[in-house]
Structures are given as C-alpha cells and as structure tokens.
Design a protein around this ligand. Structure first.
Ligand code: ZN
Length: 375
C-alpha cells in the first residue's frame, strides 16, 4: 500500500491517514519502508569512456545528467529511494549494474547513455526497452551492439552473458524470444521519457525502440535505456556538455519519472480497494493475485502431451504480442511459487514468476502489494 508522488503534499496527508487506518504491512513484504526504489545507471565509466568526440567522453555526459536527474528526484519526489550504479568515474561491469538493481528490489531501472554514429550528421534523442523490433533498422541494432561491446573490457565476460558475443551481430538472435514481463511498464516509462526529451528539452525525436541491450536483459524490473543524443554530432555534443544541456536533459528525465510515478500510483489505487472489498468475503482466494512461473515462449502452441510441458503441474499459456507464453504453477502463495520457480529453473534457467489478477497480468510487485494489503 503506497501512495508516492512528486511534490504532492495533499497526497502525503492521505498517505499518513491511510497508513493509520491500515494494519501493519506484514514482514517480508517488498520494500517495508514503502519506498519506490529507482536505480539510475550512468553508462560506462573508468577505463571505459564509451563513445568519444575529441576531448568529450560519453561517460562524463551520462554521469553529469544522471546525477542531476537523481538529485531533482530526491529533492522533489516523496518516498523514492534513488540508487546509482556509479556516482563517480569508475568502471562497473554490465551484469553488476543489473545486479545492483535486482538486489535492491528496484521498481525501475534507468540506464543513461549517449549515442554515436559514423555519420556526423546523425542527431536526436531516443529511448529503448528490451526486445527485438519487427522492422528493426540497422541503426537500432548498431546502437545496442555498440553499447554491449562494453563487456569486452570486463575480465571474464564469457562467464556472465551466456555465450553472447559482442563482436557478432548474429548474437543478437538470443533476444528474439526474450521474455520481458515488464514490457508494459517499460514502454510507459520509455514513452514518458521520449516525450519529455522532445518536449521539455526540445530534442529531435528518434522515437521509442526495442533492442537487445545486455544491461536491460539482466535486470528484472521495468527498465529503459536512454540515448540522450549523439556525441558524434558536434552541435549535439556541445549541447550535452553545456550547463544548459545538462539542466534541460536532467529536468526532462526527472519530469518523465514523476509522470511514471503518478501512473504507478494510480494503478495501485485502483487495485487496492478491489482487493479490500472482496478480500474478507467467503472465497478469499478469488480476490487475490495468482502467481505462475513462465518458462517458455513459442510462436505456436504445443500439443498437450508435449514432453516439454508434461512434467509440470498447472501448465497454461497466454498469448502476448503474437507469442505463446507457457506457465506452470498456480498459487496465491508467493513463497510456494518461488519453490516452483527454483524447480523449473533446473531446466529453464530464465524462468520467472508472473502474477495474474482479475484476469490481467500485473507486475509481481503490485501483486505482492495487493496481497499484503488484503490481509
Ligand atoms: Zn553508452
């Protein structure tokens, strides 16, 4: 049960009142402090400068804008905890960046980067979420390939990215069926961000896209990657390294985050009363979110006796984006589904938990909040 918002003190009062009227959140609920955890990831750092243009380095642009954005959020948004993957000029492996967010139980992961192209005329801002586009362009593919090459500077990259080869465009195929349970939230955040960068900061619009960014692949929460602009374009490089550029870009990213936070809160507000209303009636389970383990995505459905699914209980599938997503398990008990997940992961190591509530897929985080609220 959380009401979080930016510069909205009326709602804070409401929050206090609601808290007083509500039984304590049971131990083990996500974020006992009731904070929204945001992880900001300034791309590159240390021995990895990222893209460069003369003396200007991507790592510095990313860090300046990310720090300022985080500062604005900390100053203006209530109950938001900001964690950075780096606050100084140090090298951090991509998988460790995702790890920081995963371990913190983050609600959102924002990776901040600056683009580069062979052609000096390319310019504009774009925002990515994980995935592969139907009409993928070589420009989108190249941006991700280029960013993923950062792992070549890691000591033991082969051990951490399951065979992904940063030198081979074909390697991107691993993202083809990548399951992203947070697609909807990621897309929301990406859209808010892109609108703010092109509106508030008036950057040329290169749109919202999907691509196979390793850092997004490894993080298990809604996540986006921002390409602020092109360091290779002299005008844009000048803008992004100027105080005006830093101020406008960080402000637009902060505003996008506030919009997302409002969206997130409204979802919670809608979900919580429903759980309360039905929660105390005879059939309590009916009002609670159900957890399942998603372990496979396919382009066509399987036969019921297919050996890939017959060992599992409560096998089901749902169709999303033209893909059949297979799940097993069906319980309102979060601890129980974690056990199922561990079992399934022996064979499908990317299996993850999804939550279904009133016929709709919601985030696990929201499901747990609804569950704890209904007790
Ligand atoms: Zn980068």
């Amino acid at each position: 049960m959380r009401q979080l918002s930016c510069i909205s003190y009326g709602r804070t009062l409401l929050l206090i009142l609601t808290l007083l009227m509500t039984a304590a959140v049971p131990a083990g609920a996500v974020n006992e402090k009731g904070e929204f955890v945001l992880v900001i990831d300034p791309g590159h750092g240390g021995k990895d400068p990222g893209a460069v243009n003369g003396k200007n380095q991507e790592k510095t642009i990313n860090l300046n804008i990310a720090l300022k954005m985080g500062k604005l959020i900390e100053e203006n948004c209530k109950n938001v905890k900001v964690i950075y993957t780096r606050k100084t000029d140090v090298f951090v492996e991509l998988y460790k960046r995702a790890d920081i967010a995963n371990k913190a139980g983050a609600d959102m992961f924002i990776s901040v980067h600056t683009n580069s192209a062979k052609s000096k005329s390319a310019y504009g801002a774009e925002t990515y979420l994980l995935g592969v586009e139907e009409n993928r362009t070589s420009a989108n593919l190249n941006a991700a390939l280029q960013e993923n090459k950062a792992i070549l500077l890691e000591n033991d990259y082969e051990a951490h990215y399951e065979g992904y080869d940063p030198n081979s465009p074909e390697s991107m195929i691993i993202f083809e069926f990548m399951q992203n349970e947070y697609q909807k939230e990621s897309l929301k955040m990406a859209t808010f961000t892109q609108n703010q960068m092109t509106g508030t900061a008036k950057r040329p619009d290169r749109g919202v896209h999907q691509a196979g960014y390793l850092v997004l692949w490894k993080s298990t929460m809604p996540s986006i990657l921002i390409e602020l602009g092109f360091i290779s374009n002299d005008n844009e490089c000048k803008y992004l390294t100027s105080q005006k550029g830093i101020d406008e870009m960080s402000k637009s990213l902060y505003l996008a985050f506030s919009e997302y936070l409002d969206y997130h809160n409204k979802l919670l507000e809608r979900a919580v009363p429903a759980a309360q209303a039905i929660g105390n009636r005879e059939d309590e389970n009916k009002s609670l979110p159900v957890y399942k383990v998603q372990f496979m995505s396919l382009k066509s459905p399987l036969k019921n006796n297919d050996k890939r699914i017959r060992d599992y209980a409560d096998v089901d599938y749902y169709k999303e984006g033209g893909v059949y997503k297979y799940t097993c398990g069906n319980t309102t008990d979060y601890e129980a589904i974690l056990k199922t997940k561990a079992e399934v992961q022996k064979k499908y190591k990317d299996a993850f938990v999804i939550a279904v509530y009133e016929g709709k897929k919601i985030s696990v985080k929201q499901a747990r909040e609804i569950t704890s609220k209904s007790r």
